[in-house]
Write a protein that binds this ligand. Structure first.
Ligand SMILES: [Zn+2]
Length: 337
């Protein structure tokens, strides 16, 4: 039986489902596809069984009607048969009575008339008796037909009950698969949420803050200021450019600080979703405010040479805080080797 195979594969699907906690969305997709295929098969099975059930029920109705018609015909035939026998019996009684009473008649005219009547009665009885045997095979034939259609109806009813049971089982599978699918959809949504979070926290990619080719004039960790005004360690990279050249946000984020500093000049600090803060220093103009949300590639300022700077450039820094601490070399994140 096909539905038993389906039931078996459904149970396998269920086992995968219970095992599938904290799995990748794409593996859930496979399960969803598998369940959907099963559901399609179950639905087809349901349709086919429903059609079969309808056909069998039509047959039952048809056989019932035939059985009833033959039963009616049988009953009528039996009644007619009985009526004929009753009529013969009544006529026979009259015949016997007349035959007895004729002995007492003395008038010859009356005797002759009564004798004729007796002969007529005998003829009538004989005629009716001749019809009698025709009923028996007819009744027998109707009885066979009634029995046949009754048997057919019972067989169909049996088939109907079996189909109904199958249909019930398949419908249960349908419901079960649908609920499994619903659970899988929920799992998938959950897994996708997790993956998106992971992707966000794991990715450390930054876009270039400039539209021009990145040329580094001073790298991370190099002694930038021999006079010691800006410290001895260079906590970012200096990028070559033109005065008032557009400076862009290197990644989506939120402006957490802007200001002017003796050393940094006009600066912007942006907080990102990946645990980093990007720093843009020595700007000629600041085009954003604290708490602004910015998108990667959005213009946030113009390049300049404000603060402790000897020429137009962008000092670009990456740190894990907004407190001018925990700087990392931004070069790898900008794909500068
Ligand atoms: Zn610098």
């Amino acid at each position: 039986m096909k539905y038993k195979q389906l039931l078996a594969s459904l149970l396998i699907g269920g086992a995968i489902l219970t095992a599938g906690v904290n799995v990748h969305a794409s593996s859930i997709d496979d399960q969803i596809k598998q369940n959907q295929t099963q559901l399609t098969q179950v639905k087809q099975q349901e349709q086919s069984l429903t059609a079969q059930l309808q056909a069998v029920m039509n047959k039952i109705t048809e056989n019932k009607t035939k059985e009833e018609n033959f039963s009616k015909a049988l009953l009528k035939e039996k009644l007619d048969y009985q009526a004929l026998k009753d009529r013969i019996s009544a006529l026979t009684k009259r015949y016997e009575k007349k035959k007895q009473s004729i002995e007492a008649i003395s008038n010859p005219t009356t005797y002759l008339a009564e004798t004729n009547k007796i002969i007529d009665l005998k003829d009538q009885i004989n005629n009716l008796k001749a019809i009698l045997p025709k009923y028996e095979p007819q009744i027998a034939s109707f009885e066979v037909s009634v029995a046949y259609y009754q048997q057919q109806r019972l067989a169909s009813e049996n088939q109907r009950n079996q189909l109904a049971t199958q249909l019930q089982q398949v419908s249960q599978q349908d419901a079960s698969l649908q609920s499994t699918l619903q659970k899988l959809d929920q799992q998938k949504a959950e897994a996708e949420k997790q993956q998106a979070k992971q992707a966000q926290t794991q990715a450390t990619g930054f876009a270039s803050p400039l539209a021009t080719n990145l040329v580094v004039s001073s790298g991370f960790g190099q002694r930038e200021d021999p006079n010691g005004v800006s410290g001895t360690q260079h906590d970012g990279i200096d990028l070559v450019g033109q005065l008032d050249q557009s400076v862009f946000a290197a990644r989506d984020g939120k402006v957490v600080m802007t200001g002017t500093d003796k050393s940094a000049g006009n600066y912007i600090i942006i907080q990102h979703d990946n645990g980093f803060y990007s720093y843009y220093l020595h700007l000629n103009h600041i085009l954003v405010k604290t708490n602004d949300s910015v998108l990667v590639g959005q213009e946030i300022g113009k390049m300049g040479t404000t603060g402790n700077s000897t020429g137009v450039h962008l000092h670009f820094g990456l740190a894990h805080t907004a407190n001018w601490k925990e700087f990392v070399d931004p070069a790898p994140y900008l794909k500068i080797s």
